[in-house]
Design a protein around this ligand. Structure first.
Ligand code: NDP
Length: 254
């Protein structure tokens, strides 16, 4: 029963593709008004048009979560066009594995700045909304998409895994500040999921033509829609029920 999503105001980052796009689509289908945040504005506009064709409400807000001014401008647009948010999903992320010896500081910075600081910039922009929504008795949710990488250990993934461990810990810690004010915090840790994430890997031995491709073949994968389903589930529980941590894997992934 997802009726409690009707009338919610959701902000979804990473909405240009994968889990973020699927989540935005599903929340909108259940009656939430959705702000779509990512860098590729053409993708966001297409998705917003699709949602509105289907009778929903969505706005495309081009935002780079690594850029504070961009986040500030995006948040101002959300507030002007949809009002205060009561549901925030941090799905924006990048995964750029490489051996530590390669010393790819450019990739480390991108991952940390997107997966950790980017999520924090979004949290900073919308926490006051969530707290205010909860204070007036509404349901308020912060959902962070972390990864099984927060726990699983793979060579080449040290920095990505560290960013996801940080996000998982951030989610758990934030509950101590937000939970007492009735704002739920949910951390979701997916395993292999069929999205664009792997296509950005620049090391052929580790990417879709190499190790990751082999893992997808051997283990199967979740769909982005299956992660969206979980987000819709946790955010539509009665407001005193907080599923704080979900690990979801393809059945064959150990
Ligand atoms: P995608 O690559 O399809 O989605 C990532 C999204 O993040 C894109 O929409 C991208 O849009 C957006 N994004 C990237 N950088 C920025 C930025 N600087 N500012 C704003 N938006 C940004 O992959 P997924 O859907 O798989 O990824 C969603 C989350 O799930 C990520 O955090 C990922 O780490 C996590 N995850 C994925 C798993 C998988 O197997 N796929 C497993 C576990 C966790 P744009 O490029 O237009 O900005």
């Amino acid at each position: 029963n997802h009726t409690s999503l009707a009338g919610r105001t959701a902000v979804v980052t990473g909405a240009a593709s994968g889990m973020g796009a699927a989540t935005a689509r599903l929340l909108a289908a259940h009656g939430a008004r959705v702000a779509l945040l990512a860098r590729r504005e053409d993708r966001l506009k297409e998705l917003a048009a699709e949602i509105e064709r289907d009778g929903g409400r969505a706005i495309a807000v081009a935002v780079d979560v690594t850029d504070q001014a961009s986040v500030d401008a995006g948040a101002a647009r959300v507030h002007a066009e949809l009002g205060a948010a009561d549901l925030v999903v941090n799905a924006a992320g990048v995964m750029l594995p490489n051996p530590i010896d390669d010393g790819r500081a450019d990739e480390w910075t991108r991952m940390i700045d997107t997966n950790v600081t980017g999520a924090l910039r979004i949290i900073r922009a919308f926490t006051a909304d969530l707290v205010a929504a909860a204070a007036r008795g509404a349901t308020a949710d912060l959902v962070n998409i972390s990864s099984i990488g927060a726990h699983a250990l793979f060579p080449g993934y040290a920095v990505y895994a560290a960013t996801k461990a940080a996000l998982t810990h951030l989610s758990a810690s934030l509950r101590t500040e937000l939970g007492p004010r009735d704002v739920r915090v949910t951390n979701i840790e997916p395993g292999l999921t069929d999205t664009e994430l792997a296509s950005h890997v620049d090391n052929p031995a580790l990417g879709e033509e190499g190790q990751l491709g082999e893992m997808f073949d051997a283990l199967g994968s979740l769909s982005a829609g299956e992660i969206a389903d979980l987000v819709a589930y946790v955010t539509s529980r009665p407001r005193h029920v907080n599923l704080r941590q979900i690990v979801v894997l393809p059945t064959r992934q150990a």
